[in-house]
Write a protein that binds this ligand. Sequence first.
Ligand code: SIN
Length: 318
Amino acid sequence: MPSISLAERSTPATVVILGTGGTIAGTSARPGDNVGYTAAQRSVQDLLAAVPALAAPGAPGIEAEQLAQLDSKDMDHATWLALAQRVQQLLARPEVSGVVITHGTDTLEETAWWLHSVLAAPKPVVLVAAMRPATALAADGPQNLLDAVTVAATPGVAGVLAVLAGQVFGATGLRKAHTYRTQAFTAGDGGPIAVLEEGQLRQFRAWPQGPGRALDRLPARPQDWPWVEIVSSHAGARGDGVRALLAAGVRGLVVASTGNGTVHRELEAALASAQAAGVPVWRATRCADGVLIGAAAGPAAALSPWQARVALMLSLLD
Ligand code: SIN
């Protein structure tokens, strides 16, 4: 696979950066406090100002928009819809080479899977985040943002990607795997698609292409999207939670199963009743790595429970 850098780009490019919040935009009262901070405080323009290389000769043209400003634990379907619609509009502009989305790390893998599932992305759509706030002594956000823009401006790159700590991931297999380290993300057995080294992109595998489900097929109001919940199998699991969800009108269930798709017998009995009542149940694994294989393999075999929730919700709209 070829190696390419921002400086070698032959055509002028515009990269649009959409701010949505997260730790990358977080601030702490005490400089250097990496945990006692508030996410989503700095504007996307402020984040750009911390990366002088993006204003240097040879850098791509940059446009910045604040699409949202939230801690990604509070991410919601309305923001997802607005984000996907805006990205789709921007990708249609010929001069836009790619879109960068600043995001929190906590639900980044879910937003990546959402965008991968609903967008045809012939150009790069790059989620970027940071584990340390903008006020940290050694903030990781500015380097991650520079790397993300490099990827978004590189000809030939496509698909929904995540760029953190010098690694470029696709949505498949993507997981936040560490609570604190700056190298917090993994992509399971597949590993990163590429790495960035001093602005050089070294690619190992093909760029991902999602199914490109038309956004206009989604109900306009997110509150009309089918309600899908995740239940977890564990020692002492009970079926009462599933029965309460059925009574409340849940439309689909994902079970975060143990190991290779096994489920506690109490929970399994309740899930069988749900299926008999017409509520689909998809199995994903609660293991951090690996996919469901053999008889347990189904549509969510390679997805985290949180990504499987999105996939089941979308399948209920087909
Ligand atoms: C968030 O997800 O918005 C806060 C945590 C983080 O970005 O690391």
